[in-house]
Write a protein that binds this ligand. Sequence first.
Ligand code: SPD
Length: 373
Amino acid sequence: MKMNRTCRSSTSAVGGPGAPRAGFFRNWRASLRRAAPLLAAFSLLLSACAKKPPTLHVFIWSDYIKPELVSAFEALNGCKVVMDYYDSNESMYAKLKAGGGGYDVVFPSSYMVNIMQAQGMLRPLDHTLLPNLAHLDPSANRFTMDTNHAFSIPYMLGSSGIGYLAGKVPDFQPTWHMFESPDYKGRMTLMNDYRETIGAALKALGYSLNTLNTNELAAARDLIITWKANIAKFESEQYKNGLVSSEFFVVHGYSGDIMQIMEENEDIMYVVPEEGTSVALDEVAILKDAPQPELAHAFLNYLHQPEVAAQNIEFVYYLCPNLPAYDLVSEEVRNDPAVFLPQEIMDRSEVVWDLGENNALYSRIWDEVKGAE
Ligand code: SPD
């Protein structure tokens, strides 16, 4: 057989019928050489992914979950939980709106769930991943508009009230009008939270904290301006340290937060003023663009595991509406009216509702308070 160029380069001359052609090998080797850096990067990425556990980013109120429960969740799920904190619904909302975060899970109060859901900020919940929904106390539904838990599930119920130092304020009276007392000028704080503080003033005046009556709102504004002359500042977080260290004698704060610091200073007391207050249900929701939606569902479900909910109640001193957990908490907590709010407090208190476009009535009043001398 005459050998020509064609024959020498033919595959049958090298490996018989069906064997790959030498040209193919050359092309393949060249492609491989070209792809080598890409392949190396890809395998680096794979090994990095294999080593790095998934991370759940949680945006939550401060002092609102028992840290050991978070560690236990990490161990159970082979993941890492990174937490960031906020001190009001509005500051949380503003940060998310400004594009901050990359968060998966957030804890808005029920009125804020409504606002965020209407603006497409929340992810619909997949109930097949939330079997512990079966443990929810259905009576918590009167504090939320998301009664089917389409976008959120109840997390904790609590009240707002007044924390004070019994030894420093011997004439303390359980009324919002304490903030008018000149005797404690500079030693008092009010929350930097427009629905809470306008709500307190409205209750002090005998009005609803969801009123749309502009005269009532104007009267509340004027009362807060009177209070403002006596307080050290509007503040929703540092009041706890201030009460423990006796820098402040009378503070407007959240029930569980004030109960938590009682161990650090035996003089601290908490009361719900006789005129009534706001009772808030904070919920837990998954953000629309959550990077880890499945892990986020696992976290929500975990929070309603009865033993977890019970331990959390004991730690934060708020009430997780989880029926089997009620039987698992200590008798001391079960009988604590700051945790299991008695009917007489419920009767004079209200939930802050989303007022839609009328929310602006409140933010306008708040701007006027802040701007007043
Ligand atoms: N540190 C936890 C605070 C919880 C506050 N929940 C109620 C918010 C309603 N303004």
